[in-house]
Design a protein around this ligand. Structure first.
Ligand SMILES: NC(=O)c1ccc[n+]([C@@H]2O[C@H](COP(=O)([O-])OP(=O)(O)OC[C@H]3O[C@@H](n4cnc5c(N)ncnc54)[C@H](O)[C@@H]3O)[C@@H](O)[C@H]2O)c1
Length: 254
C-alpha cells in the first residue's frame, strides 16, 4: 500500500470543512458563535452576520438588510458554499395571551428570517452546489405550553427546511436543520432568570433532559459541522435532533 494520502484523508488533514465559505447569522453569541468558531477550526472561511455586530451587520427581519449582508459576505468570501440561518430569539406567551406585536416579530425573526436569508443566498448556493442549514428547535417538533409563537415559528423552520431540500435538490443544494434541546447560552440564561425562582427553573430544565445536563453550544456546533461537511453529501431534508433525550418520551413508571 502506498504512503500517499487519499483525497478523503487529505481533506481530513486540512479540516472537515476545508474549502467551505460560510455565513452564520446570529453568530455574535451563543450557538452561532460556537458554530462559527468550530467551522474555522475545521478549515472553513466564515463570516458572522448579526444584528449586534459581527463581520456584517444584518437584521434577518428585513429583506433589504439581508440581501446587502449576504452580498457583502459573498463578495468578501469569493462566493458562498454554506449558509447557517441561526439568528433567533425567544417568543414568550401562550394562547390567547401572546400579543400581536410579539407574535409578528417572533415569526419575523425566527421563521421569515430563515426564508429571507436563504432566498438571498440561493443564487450563490446554486453556483457552488452548497448547503443551507438552520437552527430550528425541539420546540418545532413538540408543543410546550406558554410558547405558542416560538413553537409555531420553529415548526415552520423544520418544514421550510424540508421544502428547501426538495426545491434545491436539482440545483445540488442540500438543506438541513438542527433541533437543539435546552442549550446554555445567553438566550436560555435570560429565560431562566425571568422565572420567579431561577434556581428551581435551572434544576427543572436539567431534569427535563434524560441525560441530566443542559446542552453546550459545542454539542450543537458538532452537528452543524457534520451537516455542512461532505460527510453529509447524501443528507438533505433532515431535522437532526440534538437534545439529551428531551423529545424521546416520558419516563412513566408506577
Ligand atoms: N439556547 C437554547 O436553548 C436553544 C434551543 C433551541 C433552539 N435555539 C435557537 O438557537 C439559535 C441561537 O440561539 P442562542 O441560544 O445561541 O441565542 P443567543 O441570544 O445567544 O444568540 C442569538 C443571536 O441572534 C442574534 N439575532 C437576534 N435577532 C436577530 C435579527 N433580527 N437579525 C440578526 N441577528 C439576530 C442576536 O443578536 C444574537 O447574537 C436561535 O435560533 C434559537 O431560537 C436555542
Amino acid at each position: 500500500m502506498g504512503t500517499e494520502a487519499s483525497p478523503a484523508q487529505h481533506d481530513r488533514q486540512q479540516g472537515r470543512l476545508a474549502g467551505k465559505r460560510s455565513l452564520v447569522t446570529g453568530g455574535a453569541s451563543g450557538i452561532g458563535a460556537e458554530v462559527a468558531r468550530r467551522f474555522v477550526s475545521e478549515g472553513a472561511e466564515v463570516m458572522v452576520g448579526d444584528l449586534k455586530g459581527g463581520d456584517v451587520v444584518l437584521d434577518v427581519r428585513s429583506a433589504a438588510s439581508v440581501e446587502a449582508g449576504v452580498r457583502a459576505a459573498a463578495e468578501r468570501l469569493g462566493g458562498l458554499t454554506t449558509l447557517v440561518c441561526n439568528a433567533g430569539r425567544p417568543v414568550l406567551g401562550g394562547m390567547p395571551d401572546i400579543g400581536e406585536d410579539e407574535w409578528l416579530d417572533g415569526i419575523a425573526t425566527n421563521l421569515t428570517g430563515v426564508y429571507l436569508t436563504a432566498k438571498a443566498a440561493w443564487p450563490y448556493l446554486a453556483e457552488s452546489g452548497g448547503s443551507v442549514l438552520a437552527t430550528a428547535s425541539t420546540l418545532g417538533l413538540m408543543a410546550v405550553g406558554g410558547q405558542a409563537g416560538y413553537c409555531a415559528a420553529k415548526a415552520g423552520v423544520v418544514m421550510l427546511t424540508k421544502c428547501m431540500a426538495l426545491d434545491g435538490a436539482e440545483l445540488g443544494i442540500r438543506a438541513n436543520c438542527v433541533c437543539p434541546g435546552m442549550v446554555e447560552t445567553p438566550m436560555l440564561e435570560h429565560i431562566i432568570n425571568e422565572q420567579p425562582d431561577p434556581d428551581h427553573a435551572r434544576r427543572a430544565a436539567v431534569e427535563y433532559h434524560p441525560l441530566r445536563r443542559l446542552g453546550k453550544p459545542a454539542d450543537i456546533a458538532d452537528a452543524f459541522v457534520y451537516l455542512a461537511s461532505d460527510e453529509a453529501s447524501w443528507v438533505t431534508g433532515v431535522a437532526l435532533v440534538v437534545d439529551g433525550g428531551f423529545t424521546t418520551g416520558k419516563d412513566v413508571r408506577f
